[in-house]
Ligand binder design. Structure first.
Ligand code: GLN
Ligand code: ZN
Length: 747
């Protein structure tokens, strides 16, 4: 390989080492900071992030990877695609945040997951009659700004195909791609403006939409669009960037299109190796530093990979890159003093990944075969491995029909049993209690006393209003995954490992570094305490293995399915302990089951297989008479109904309140055998549903589903609501149910 191997960073985190962006935005929204302060913070952050990359010797550093809220929203504004309801807001900054967050008069634009990451983007709303025009100031300004610091950036822009595929039409049709010619005209104008900036400029068009199974028609549109864009100016070098899976079809479609380079993800798209033959003289931006996980690079593996790429490709045309934007990992390991050295030395966040890229480039150009010590995993717990190899039963005993018959006797529940999903309002008081305990401001005894008081209040309230199956309210949990991770071996928690989820919101995912096992019961004391306060049944409340894995950073030295299996064993033991202690119903939440679905259809069967296996293994210890519930936070089960069937939970509670009964039809059309609790009202809104409204809702449900299968519950946990709202809503829900029950008994 040539002497100087170039390095490339797809994008960099923008929230800031100390979450400066979050803090200033929230102060601005609360009218405690001026817009100037926001701008200053943003400028400082951009500057600092450019310097990080410059200091690490990165060749291709981005501008316009920054955003005050979201890049898709920025794109909508660049195109002047402002929905009608925001157009009368005069101040452009107010308008921007109104689109993102809504106002009293205008609901926010929709937000949804960015592919299979935990980042959420704002969904642009387009219509054919919109007055599209170009506003390139942000893009041009950032480029000029970086140049002042001596950095000639590559400019990141969401590509036209991905932009349209991810947008929605608000006029007569669903077809966003129909707008391609209109949008492209604006992109051409944009490139003309960019061409005035310098004599040579790199532009990265992000096109992750092409890593999904896309149609021949869209591939044709991809090729013709880039044909047009590549033609705009000889000064502009276009890079089509893909990530999260392989992009073989797209590379093939672009074979004869004269763009400068194509970015391919070799971490999450191993099959990209097959795409190389179609590159046809373009540069390869080879994504080999994992942009989505927190582990140190495996240099030996990377060199082998590079060798196999070089075998099929002109090696001088390879640029070493991150697999995707580093937006999806935390900023830096620097302040993680709480993580033990043995684990920390295996980890790498965004800033450390820059050095890894540089190291890899050095290794490659030195042509020596020395390999950097990559500190790969050694965390094996022989007991865990031994137990897994000895698994005898991996699913429950008895068919659903057999189980439900014994459960009916054991539980003695009325028709249309009422329940809730688990959490009750997380009041400021309860948050403070947890915080004070964590910071050792209060003693264990004081903490436990506070938790017990909250549980007492929850139980008393639920008895008072006449719910049938009670919960303890989850006051001890800050987060449904963290709570279990903190008690399991094999997990570690960061102090500052924040990753942007949307806008100013960040999450701090747990890190699974080693074999997972449960040292002792995790929830038994709490649930038993709650059960001791009532004669009604209290549901045990656990988070399922698939959700735990989908919301964590997971070790990458063994298969995800193997990690998941270990978590299943821990949950399985917890279920045994709960039922031995007398708990009759146990809910295993799988809120994130659907999030883990792969982007390519060809990979779906494999995911479904191990995810179902993991869930079934987790509940395999439940006796026939122990009723297993699960909860999933979404409504569209059309594609996954067979999978849900195979999970075979006795009861599934789901979100249907917003989407109506259309979605429920899937369950009736498939004559889903097990019991279902379709959420009867939307907990995401503070609105209290009236008794009449709920009555009507339940009646509608029963037109689709037989009464003996139906549970009545809200559509998710109540932790974000206020007590006043919860009280009134649940009273109405119980009253409506009682009315219907009466009618059924009479009729
Ligand atoms: N049991 C959890 C709760 O009620 C479930 C949360 C969720 O589905 N996201 O909070
Ligand atoms: Zn939910």
């Amino acid at each position: 390989m040539s002497n100087r191997v170039e390095t490339y960073v797809v994008g960099y985190p923008r929230i800031g080492e100390g979450r400066e962006l979050k803090k200033v935005l929230e102060r601005f929204w609360n009218q405690e900071a001026s817009y100037d302060e926001v701008e200053n913070t943003a400028r400082d952050l951009r500057h600092r992030h450019w310097i990080d990359q410059k200091d690490a010797g990165i060749t291709f550093i981005s501008s316009n990877d920054f955003s005050l809220y979201d890049n898709m929203l920025d794109m909508a504004l660049m195109l002047n695609a402002i929905p009608e309801r925001f157009r009368n807001i005069q101040d452009e900054h107010d308008r921007y945040f109104a689109m993102a967050r809504g106002t009293d008069n205008a609901v926010a634009m929709e937000m949804t997951k960015w592919f299979n990451t935990n980042y959420h983007y704002i969904v642009p709303e387009l219509s054919a009659d919109m007055p599209f025009s170009l506003n390139a100031e942000k893009i041009l300004g950032e480029y000029r700004d970086a140049k002042k610091y001596g950095i000639r950036t590559k400019i990141n822009i969401v590509g036209p195909i991905t932009f349209l595929v991810l947008s929605k039409r608000i006029d007569y049709t669903y077809d966003t791609l129909e707008l391609l010619p209109t949008i492209l005209a604006q992109f051409v104008l944009l490139l003309e403006k960019i061409a005035e900036l310098d004599d040579e400029i790199y532009v990265q068009f992000d096109e992750p939409a092409v890593v999904k199974d896309i149609s021949f028609e869209v591939l044709k549109q991809l090729a013709s669009s880039y044909g047009i864009l590549a033609d705009v100016s000889a000064k502009i070098k276009i890079i089509v960037m893909t990530y999260f899976n392989h992009a073989t079809e797209a590379v093939k479609a672009l074979k004869n299109v004269p763009v400068y380079g194509i970015g391919l993800d070799f971490i999450y798209g191993k099959e990209n190796i097959k795409a190389l033959e179609y590159l046809n003289g373009k540069k390869l931006i080879a994504g080999i530093i994992d942009g989505r996980n927190v582990w140190k690079n495996d240099y030996k593996g990377s060199l082998e990979l590079l060798n196999s790429i070089a075998g099929k490709f002109n090696k001088d045309d390879i640029i070493l890159s991150t697999s995707c934007s580093l937006l999806h990992v935390p900023y830096s390991l620097e302040h993680e003093e709480l993580i033990g050295e043995d684990i920390k030395k295996r980890m790498s966040f965004a800033k450390e990944k820059l050095s890894e890229l540089a190291d890899l480039a050095k290794l490659v150009s030195s042509n020596k075969n020395e390999v950097l010590e990559s500190s790969r995993f050694k965390s094996v717990n022989p007991n865990v491995r031994e137990r897994i190899s000895q698994i005898k039963r991996n699913e429950r005993e008895g068919t659903f029909a057999e189980r439900i018959a014994v459960q009916k006797k054991a539980l003695g529940l009325p028709l249309l049993p009422t329940t809730t999903i688990g959490s009750f309002p997380q009041t400021e008081e309860i948050r403070k209690l947890r915080r004070d305990f964590k910071h050792k401001v209060i003693s264990q005894v004081e903490y436990e006393c506070g938790i017990k008081n909250y549980i007492n209040a929850c139980i008393e309230f639920q008895e008072d209003i006449g719910l049938d199956v009670l919960v303890h309210g989850e006051p001890e949990r800050n987060d449904m995954v963290e709570y279990f991770g903190e008690q399991l071996d094999g997990f570690v928690f960061t102090k500052n490992g924040w990753v942007q989820s949307y806008g100013s919101r960040c999450v701090k995912p747990p890190v699974i570094y080693g074999d997972v096992s449960r040292a002792k019961p995790m929830t038994v004391d709490t649930i038993l305490y709650a059960q001791s306060k009532t004669k009604k049944i209290v549901k045990g409340m656990l988070t399922g293995p698939v959700t735990i894995i989908n919301w964590s950073f997971v070790r990458d030295d063994i298969e995800r399915s193997a990690v998941c299996e270990q978590i299943s064993m821990a949950i399985m033991d917890e279920i045994s302990d709960l039922q031995n202690a007398g708990i009759k119903i146990i809910q295993v939440d799988e809120a994130a089951f659907k999030e883990g679905y792969p982007l390519r259809n060809a990979e779906v069967a494999d995911y479904e297989e191990w995810a179902i296996k993991a869930f079934k293994l987790a509940v395999s210890s439940a006796w026939r008479q122990t009723q297993i519930h699960t909860h999933m936070c979404y409504s569209d089960f059309t594609d996954i109904i067979h999978t849900i069937e195979k999970m075979d939970a006795d009861v599934i509670t789901i979100e249907t309140s917003r989407s109506g009964n259309k979605m429920l039809k899937v369950f009736s059309d498939h004559s889903y055998k097990n019991q279902i609790g379709p959420g009867v009202y939307d907990i995401h809104s503070p609105r209290v549903p009236s008794m009449e409204e709920l009555l009507e809702k339940i009646e509608q449900l029963m037109r689709v589903l037989p009464a003996k299968k139906v549970w009545i519950n809200p559509d998710c946990g109540l932790k974000t609501r206020k007590w006043d709202e919860v009280r009134l809503s649940l009273v109405n829900m119980v009253r409506a149910t009682h009315n219907i029950r009466c009618g059924l008994e009479k009729g």
